[in-house]
Design a protein around this ligand. Structure first.
Ligand code: CP
Length: 309
């Protein structure tokens, strides 16, 4: 099956072959993703804009680099200085930006469903760079790329995701994509952050970390998202770190081959101690590097599908 999607709105809708197509395309593009002199021209003459209504370091920068390294022009849009602060709707903002001759819009929003809404109103490709707690598809795709790089395949891996699962778009996008490719997923954290309802989506749900560590091929830590919580979800950050934070002692209970992942940004000393975050099993910076190639693949596939009608 080839890639036929003009938009990337989530991993939930992706077939196994589509996920593999992104990962294979990213592998082909990797030599051009790392900032060497050689440039691709796949997207020459195309313009890509980023519309980020929430902060970002990794996603925004890597989409910009991905577009440039495929030969596209990038139109940065400073939301803080845009007319949404004067009351313009997101759709009107996006349509006006599109009217200047855009081929793709990369959007991040605090509101779940914003990318889908824009996709219904725009002719440009819409790429979801994170919408509320719903999806962050390119993060999951770069996480799968990193797992495949480490283990050769995804099927059969035991992936233990720990943290603020209920509020996490990264957890949801990873869950859909990992299950589609045949991995086992266990979600771990306090009951206030990891609802049992995730079992209906194909995950195991557990509330104690230590018994799970010896069985994990991949340990993925997720940030406590203070910005999405009312107070009271956890008794204290110190208590959370004591029960669910990973230090060298906990890391030593993992199988020797296991890797430790985090999408960033890290709350150092909460999800991971610095020695684990910066240790040899940590894939944190490799994930960030792989994000450029994966986002190159997504832009190339969606824009080529759009050109193909
Ligand atoms: N992982 C991630 O989405 O990071 P940013 O918020 O910095 O883009």
């Amino acid at each position: 099956m080839g890639w036929r999607r003009r938009h990337l709105l989530g991993t939930r809708e992706l077939a196994r072959e589509e996920i593999e197509c992104v990962l294979d395309t990213a592998a082909d593009l990797m030599p051009f993703a790392t900032g060497g002199r050689e440039r691709r021209r796949d997207l020459e003459g195309r313009t890509v804009a980023s519309l980020f209504f929430e902060p970002s370091t990794r996603t925004r920068t890597s989409f910009d680099l991905a577009a440039r390294r495929l030969g596209a022009t990038v139109a940065g849009f400073a939301v803080a200085h845009g007319s949404t602060v004067k009351g313009e709707t997101t759709v009107d903002t996006a349509r006006n930006i599109e009217a200047m001759g855009l081929d793709a819009i990369v959007v991040r929003s605090a509101h779940a469903g914003t990318p889908d809404l824009l996709a219904r109103h725009l002719r440009a490709s819409v790429i979801n760079a994170g919408d509320g707690a719903r999806e962050h598809p390119t993060q999951a795709l770069l996480d799968l790329y990193t797992m495949r790089e480490s283990f050769g395949q995804i099927a059969g891996l035991h992936v233990l995701i720990v943290g603020d699962i209920g509020a996490s778009r990264v957890a949801r996008s990873n869950l859909w994509a990992l299950r589609r490719l045949g991995a086992e997923v266990t979600l771990c954290g306090p009951p206030t952050l990891v609802p049992r309802s995730f079992e209906a989506l194909g995950a195991r749900v557990v509330h104690r970390l230590d018994p799970e560590l010896p069985h994990a091929d991949v340990l993925m830590l997720l940030r406590i998202q203070h910005e999405r919580h009312v107070v009271g979800a956890i008794p204290s950050v110190r208590e959370y770190a004591r029960l669910f934070g990973v230090n060298a002692e906990r890391a030593a209970r993992l199988p020797q081959h296991a890797v430790i992942m985090h999408p960033g940004p890290i709350n150092r000393g909460v999800e991971l101690t610095p020695e684990v975050a910066d240790g040899t099993r940590s894939t944190v910076l490799r994930q960030t590097r792989n994000g450029v190639a994966v986002r190159m693949a997504v832009l190339k596939l969606c824009l080529e599908a759009r050109a193909g009608g």
